[in-house]
Design a protein around this ligand. Structure first.
Ligand SMILES: Cc1cc2nc3c(=O)[nH]c(=O)nc-3n(C[C@H](O)[C@H](O)[C@H](O)COP(=O)(O)O)c2cc1C
Length: 218
């Protein structure tokens, strides 16, 4: 089993609610699956290319074949990096993405990353008629750990939970068998609120690990 843990925050873990919870989830999974290969990708430390015109046009064709061969060296390096990130994502049986809610969504860097890993012919197949996810070849799961100041999983605010709603749609589109939201919500502005939010999220971890464990699902 391959586990990919993607984090997206400039903060160090000790200052971050969702990085702490994300790490606890990843560590729990590591204990359940000691033979799994774990890869961590910190989007604020790694090179995550932003798509420019040259790389954007027919992205999948740019990562190999004659279109790739004609690229300038800088664009080729960018395409190589995109291919590397995409294949890393493709190899993962369990993907944990941990991010904060920023202005009702997630940080732009995570969107850059997703634009790199959603590639026609590798993770999706795009025709004029439809878009088909190619990640339904085995039992893959995507977990989205999101910290937010407010309680966005409450009935009233669920429609405004754009980051989590988007991740759910994306997981389904790509063909993941399971999508799991792990909210760390209501982190508020006091240490009490923060700890309450983290403890509530912690309670979800054992149940979630049961769904992610390789013995049952993989
Ligand atoms: C730039 C920025 C934008 C934010 N936007 C929202 C928001 O739209 N809604 C919300 O509930 N909290 C928002 N917050 C609060 C964070 O989601 C909250 O503090 C969360 O706990 C951050 O996670 P962390 O402590 O793990 O970094 C925002 C924080 C920052 C820094």
């Amino acid at each position: 089993m391959n586990v990919l843990y993607v984090t997206c925050n400039p903060k160090p873990q000790e200052y971050s609610a969702y990085l702490t919870i994300g790490r606890e989830l990843a560590d729990g999974l590591r204990q359940l699956a000691p033979y799994a290969a774990f890869t961590q990708l910190n989007l604020y430390e790694e090179d995550i290319p932003e798509l420019d015109f040259e790389v954007m046009t027919g992205r999948a064709r740019l990562v190999e074949g004659p279109v790739y061969d004609r690229l300038r060296p800088e664009a080729k390096a960018k395409a190589d990096r995109i291919r590397f990130l995409c294949h890393m994502f493709l190899q993962a049986d369990r993907v944990i993405i941990a991010a904060p809610m920023w202005s009702l969504f997630f940080p732009g860097r995570l969107k850059n990353y997703l634009d790199c890993v959603i590639l026609d012919g590798i993770t999706v197949s795009i025709t004029e008629q439809k878009v088909t996810g190619l990640l339904n070849d085995r039992e893959r799961h995507l977990v989205y750990v999101q910290a937010s100041g407010g309680p966005f999983h409450s009935l009233l605010l669920t429609p405004l939970n754009y980051g989590s709603n988007y991740m759910k749609t994306l997981a389904k589109t790509l063909g993941f068998a399971g999508f799991h939201a792990l909210p760390v919500e209501g982190t508020g502005s006091t240490p009490q609120e923060l700890h309450a939010a983290m403890n509530k999220a912690r309670e979800e971890i054992p149940g979630l690990l049961e769904k992610l464990a390789p013995s049952q699902k993989g």
